[in-house]
Design a protein around this ligand. Structure first.
Ligand SMILES: Nc1ncnc2c1ncn2[C@@H]1O[C@H](COP(=O)(O)OP(=O)(O)OP(=O)(O)O)[C@@H](O)[C@H]1O
Ligand SMILES: [Mg+2]
Length: 379
């Protein structure tokens, strides 16, 4: 079985596809969904590339599952069109699409064995016995559970069950694999291990994966690109680096990582963008995008890990304040400094084993790189 059978899939079509169409696995044009009075999804337009590991990231209820179910054909959109491999599939049943879904809540058959679970879809399609046996064997090998074919589902660990759920989806040779929080129920250690497994599977299979998660760290480590969603709306699409480094809205800045936030207005700006935002009468140095002028209302986000704190001294090239809290978090040390009228600022520094506690109440100097803060229009 070659799980990456895309080429034949594309070439078997009568109307030739353009090069651009060939590169796109899933194309969404104005896909929206309402349930009665609830808007689960504002119209979404988005292309997911062939072979891409694409994540839908957002808090509970933001519409991730709804979007995934529409791609898989389990939900009918209220508006818009879905195409897979260049052909419209809007209106087609799930089994008529080259997609397979790993559901948010398991959905394995507990009374069947592992092998019977994996074979289920192939039996529905009335594939010959010997083909089913071979494909089930190959799928078990892919998820490294070759010895487990005759086990019952309730004799497996949580992580093993998730791998079987993936094997059951992969055995149908999907063009696009849809994964709805497949690691959501696992403890942290197993979750990290399964993240590695999933990345390995993606590399090995070479197909397109659309992965739903509400965990920003998971989306950052796993994805080629991701879409951050809130309230049924896609807020930002980009590579993990683009979204983390250049959040386009307050929501994304708040959802990705941990930041200090301040409201203010631009106080000065040189031609190369270096300037100050005035926050409650205090100057806050940062680089200011060219769309803002002196007086523009803005907010500033500064990630905890970009804030450096050193004992106050004559060489302090930053802002002086008083250390009000010092927390030991294991891999990092978190400190809170009172900067007077500016407010408080939090800092998260890698615990390299050399820092000594500074002592709550001591005077400290707080500084950051001019490119550290993100400046966005006040909402
Ligand atoms: N069948 C339905 N009928 C009515 N409302 C629905 C239905 N399915 C989803 N919704 C609503 O649509 C919105 C989006 O739900 P969805 O399941 O897509 O969220 P989600 O991002 O997957 O959340 P979670 O992380 O909790 O799984 C929610 O407000 C939900 O209550
Ligand atoms: Mg969901």
């Amino acid at each position: 079985m070659t799980f990456a059978a895309h080429k034949t899939m594309f070439e078997s079509k009568e109307i030739p596809l353009t090069d651009d169409e060939r590169e796109v696995a899933v194309s969404l044009r104005g896909i929206g969904k309402t349930f009665g009075d609830t808007t689960a999804l504002e119209p979404v337009t988005l292309d997911i590339k062939r072979g891409e590991f694409f994540s839908l990231l957002g808090p509970s209820g933001c519409g991730k599952t709804t979007l995934l179910r529409i791609i898989g054909g389990f939900e009918t959109p209220t508006s818009g069109e879905v195409s897979i491999a260049g052909r419209s599939v809007t209106g087609l049943q799930p089994y008529e699409r080259r997609t397979n879904m790993v559901f948010q809540h398991g959905a394995l058959f507990p009374h069947l064995t592992v092998a019977e679970n994996i074979a289920f879809g192939l039996e529905m399609k009335r594939e010959p016995r010997d083909v089913i046996k071979r494909k089930v064997g190959e799928a078990l090998e892919l998820v490294r559970l070759t010895e487990f074919g005759s086990r019952k589902i309730d004799q497996l660990s949580g992580g093993q069950r998730q791998r079987i759920a993936m094997a059951r989806a992969l055995v149908n040779d999907p063009e696009v694999l849809l994964l709805d929080e497949p690691l959501g129920a696992l403890d942290l250690r197993l979750r990290l291990q399964m993240q590695d497994e999933l990345r390995r599977l993606h590399k090995q299979i070479g197909g397109t994966f659309i992965f739903v998660t509400h965990d920003q760290g998971e989306a950052i480590t796993m994805s080629d690109r991701l879409a951050v969603m809130s309230n049924g709306r896609i807020q930002q699409i980009g590579t993990p680096r683009e979204v983390y480094e250049r959040p386009s809205s307050r929501f994304v800045a708040e959802f990705m990582g941990h930041s200090n936030f301040y409201d203010g207005e631009v106080g000065s700006r040189t031609s190369d963008g270096v300037g100050e935002v005035i926050i409650n009468g205090c100057a806050f140095p940062c680089r200011i995008p060219s769309e803002f002028n002196v007086g523009s209302k803005v907010f500033v986000a500064l990630r905890y890990e970009r804030v450096e704190i050193v004992p106050a001294g004559e060489l302090c090239a930053g802002i002086e304040g008083t250390l009000v809290e010092e927390n030991y978090l294991g891999p990092t040390l978190q400190r809170t400094v009172d900067l007077g009228a500016l407010g408080t600022i939090l800092s998260d520094t890698a615990n390299n084993g050399r820092q000594t506690p500074m002592g709550v109440g001591s005077r400290v100097c707080v500084r950051w790189s001019i490119d550290g803060p993100t400046v966005l229009a006040a909402s």
